[in-house]
Design a protein around this ligand. Structure first.
Ligand SMILES: Cc1ncc(COP(=O)(O)O)c(C=O)c1O
Length: 359
């Protein structure tokens, strides 16, 4: 590393805010050479003929130019798919970016989520020095609307994130509970439907001036493109757009997504295959002694075992990477989260689990 003689005494790390220095950065485990069942990706690569057609589309993109900043074409496609108007759609570089925009643009009131839930809500809230409150979920990770509403009032909450299906628990909350919260809470409600492709229902019908739906294509098969979107009221989307980085969706992603949306049926079929595999893997895991598999409407399963770290490490030794949730929340003691893979990957996972349990 080059040394800068006259400034070598300056500690630049100290120039970073103290509360930021106290954080840990988002950890992504090294998965090289492993069966990757840790990040809720779609395990299917593009079929060869579609890949060739997609490459032709991408090769036409003029990367010397900035992307289309307003993304009229792509927003119109998404709007049509979700039966809203394009002015109700805001695109983000992953839904993570939209979470950041929401927390940046919505003032200083308290943000609340049930716990455990998706870690980025709290992480971004901390970056932006927002006050953040979590309400523990009930038995079997149920959401109690009355408890939730009284916590909102007590903590002076202005913004809530409700991931449904929830990550990392995988369950859907009762529609009635969500409906009650949407009808009685006057702040902003973001229903995060990252796992909608695998769920038995969505909540677009709950859209209201203060109720928005957040979605992503990451779990649908395009995690590498980084594309998420928010559906909301025209006036809210108009205002939120003011904190969107210019050109936040690059040209290659725009062209790819526009093209791939014309092949939606393929990705819907893959989602159905993942749901079938979810049932098969869940049933097989339940046969093993001492494992509790929680019901899931997402593309992953949450399980409780006797010793999560032991199972995690043993699978790692067999080149299978899952996520150890133990220690991340009091309700996730001895819990593991396993993304559903291809049939072949799931077979290898189940064989490895049987070896761990039966020797
Ligand atoms: C509930 C939930 N919301 C949002 C995201 C972020 O997705 P994206 O890849 O679009 O940033 C995730 C990713 O795991 C998630 O689980």
């Amino acid at each position: 590393m080059k040394s800068f003689a006259h400034t070598s005494q300056i500690n630049t790390a100290n120039m970073i805010r103290k509360d930021i220095r106290a954080l840990s950065s988002y950890h992504v485990a090294d998965a090289s050479g492993m069966i990757k069942l840790d990040a809720m990706e779609n395990p299917f690569t593009l079929p060869p003929s579609l890949r060739t057609a997609w490459q032709a589309v991408v090769s036409e993109v003029d990367i010397n130019r900035y992307p289309d900043s307003e993304m009229h074409g792509l927003r119109a496609q998404i709007a049509m798919r979700d039966r809203v108007i394009p002015e109700q759609v805001l695109l983000g570089n992953g839904s993570d970016e939209i979470i950041q925009m929401l927390l940046l643009a919505t003032g200083s009131g308290t943000v609340m989520t049930p716990a455990p839930s998706f870690v980025m809500y709290e992480m971004v809230a901390k970056w932006l020095q927002r006050s953040f409150f979590t309400l523990p979920l009930g038995k079997n990770f149920a959401l109690d609307a009355e408890q939730f509403l009284s916590a909102c009032a007590r903590e002076k909450v202005t913004l809530v994130f409700l991931a449904c299906p929830n990550n990392p628990t995988g369950n859907m909350w009762e529609r009635e509970a969500l409906q009650t919260i949407c009808h009685r809470f006057n702040g902003l409600i973001i229903i995060d439907e990252a796992y909608a492709p695998f769920a038995s229902r969505t909540h677009t019908d709950l859209l209201a001036p203060n109720v928005m739906i957040l979605r992503t294509f990451s779990k649908y098969g395009w995690a590498g493109l980084r594309l998420g979107y928010l559906l909301g009221s025209v006036s809210f989307i108009h205002e939120l757009n003011k904190v969107r980085m210019p050109y936040n969706i690059n040209s290659l992603t725009q062209a790819s997504a526009s093209f791939l949306l014309q092949h939606d049926d393929l990705f819907q079929m893959q989602a159905r295959m993942i749901c079938n595999e979810r049932k098969r893997v869940s049933d097989a895991l339940k046969e093993l002694p001492g494992i509790h598999v929680f019901p899931s409407e997402a593309n992953f399963l949450l399980l409780r075992v006797a010793d999560a770290s032991m199972v995690f490490e043993q699978l790692k030794r067999e080149n299978i990477l899952i996520k150890n949730m133990h220690g991340s929340d009091p309700a996730l003691q001895q819990c593991l989260r396993i993304t559903i893979g291809t049939e072949g990957e799931n077979k290898q996972l189940l064989a490895a689990m049987r070896r761990i349990y039966h020797g």
